[in-house]
Design a protein around this ligand. Structure first.
Ligand code: TMP
Length: 222
């Protein structure tokens, strides 16, 4: 497989500010006339968005951890086939809000399935495609959970889609997710850049830009 574009993923706990940061980076890259596909997981295709709705809706209960794992990969393989690989082959940038590291952190760590099944499935189903760069937004566990819960109360009250199922998990679940993300960063320091996201969105954005420039050797005006 010849991959010519750049694949950048954003990872972190719910409420870590990923969505804001990925949008800001997309705008920065587009300002340099770089073609950017902004996408997300679970989701990114009509099929994937249907799976997203099923998995994240808090009305979905008693889903076995392995079912959750399989659904994440079902959405991902379609996403790779329909969106990510064609874009990379066309030489574009793909910015993806979560990828397999989230499965390792949430299903592997949070649901305690371990990293092994996630890494094996990634090899078998996703040809072991690795991002060129993964930005792990690091912020305090309590802060990000409070932010995620507040955001969900507001969006649900406004009649938007309920995506609260994971946010109803307890603190121990999210501590395991947090630990798993950091274990991945320690294992793969060349791919994963840990960025302190406790400052303002603009401060964090400047750190993201500097990291992208440094690691991918692109020139971006600040
Ligand atoms: P987000 O897109 O708003 O961050 O929410 C997606 C949720 O789905 C988040 O709680 C993390 C969870 N998730 C998994 O559990 N496993 C996965 O593989 C992915 C991509 C997301």
């Amino acid at each position: 497989m010849t991959v010519r574009g750049r694949f950048i993923t954003f990872e972190g706990l719910d409420g870590s500010g990923k969505t804001t940061q990925i949008e800001k980076l997309a705008a920065g890259l587009r300002a340099q006339r770089i073609r950017v596909h902004l996408t997300r997981e679970p989701g990114g295709t009509p099929f994937g968005e249907t799976i997203r709705h099923l998995i994240l809706d808090s009305a979905t209960s008693r889903l076995a951890a392995n079912t959750e794992l399989a659904l994440m990969f079902a959405a991902r393989t379609q996403h790779l086939d329909e969106v990510i690989l064609p874009a990379l082959e066309a030489g574009d940038y793909v910015l993806c809000d979560r990828f397999t590291d989230s499965t390792e952190a949430y299903q592997g760590g949070g649901r305690q399935l371990g990293s092994k099944p996630v890494l094996v499935l990634h090899r078998v189903l996703c040809a072991d495609l690795q991002p060129d760069l993964t930005i792990l937004l690091d912020c305090d566990l309590n802060f990000s959970l409070n932010r995620a819960r507040h955001r969900n109360l507001v969006t649900t009250a406004a009649g938007h889609r309920d995506e609260n199922r994971f946010e109803q998990e307890d603190r121990d679940f999210f501590s395991r997710v947090y630990e798993a993300f950091h274990a991945i960063a320690q294992r793969e320091p060349k791919r994963v850049a840990v960025i302190d996201a406790r400052g303002t969105p603009e401060e964090t954005h400047q750190k993201v830009l500097a990291t992208v420039q440094q690691r991918l050797k692109v020139v971006l005006s600040h």
